[in-house]
Design a protein around this ligand. Structure first.
Ligand SMILES: [Zn+2]
Length: 84
């Protein structure tokens, strides 16, 4: 399955006008999936084309370099204690 951050990267590249073959070369994402993303056929919400490498983190909603370090650290450090 395609990770959310990878899909965001594909979106960013599409937003910058890269063609599907080039994006496939750079990301390894299958061109069928890239085409789906390009045509809005994937479930994903419409996001504004972000600066390369910067994306909206689906977990914390922040504009971050994906994968989101804050969320990864949070996931690694704070275990179950944080209920909020
Ligand atoms: Zn995050």
């Amino acid at each position: 399955m395609l990770e959310a951050w990878r899909e965001e990267v594909v979106r960013a590249m599409l937003g910058r006008g890269l063609d599907h073959r080039r994006i496939n070369e750079l990301t390894g994402v299958h061109r069928t999936i890239i085409a789906d993303i390009d045509h809005g056929r994937r479930k994903g919400k419409q996001v504004e084309p972000p600066v390369y490498g910067i994306a909206r983190c689906p977990t914390c909603g922040g504009k971050v370099t994906m994968p989101c370090r804050a969320c990864r650290m949070r996931a690694g450090k704070t275990s179950v204690q944080e209920t909020a």
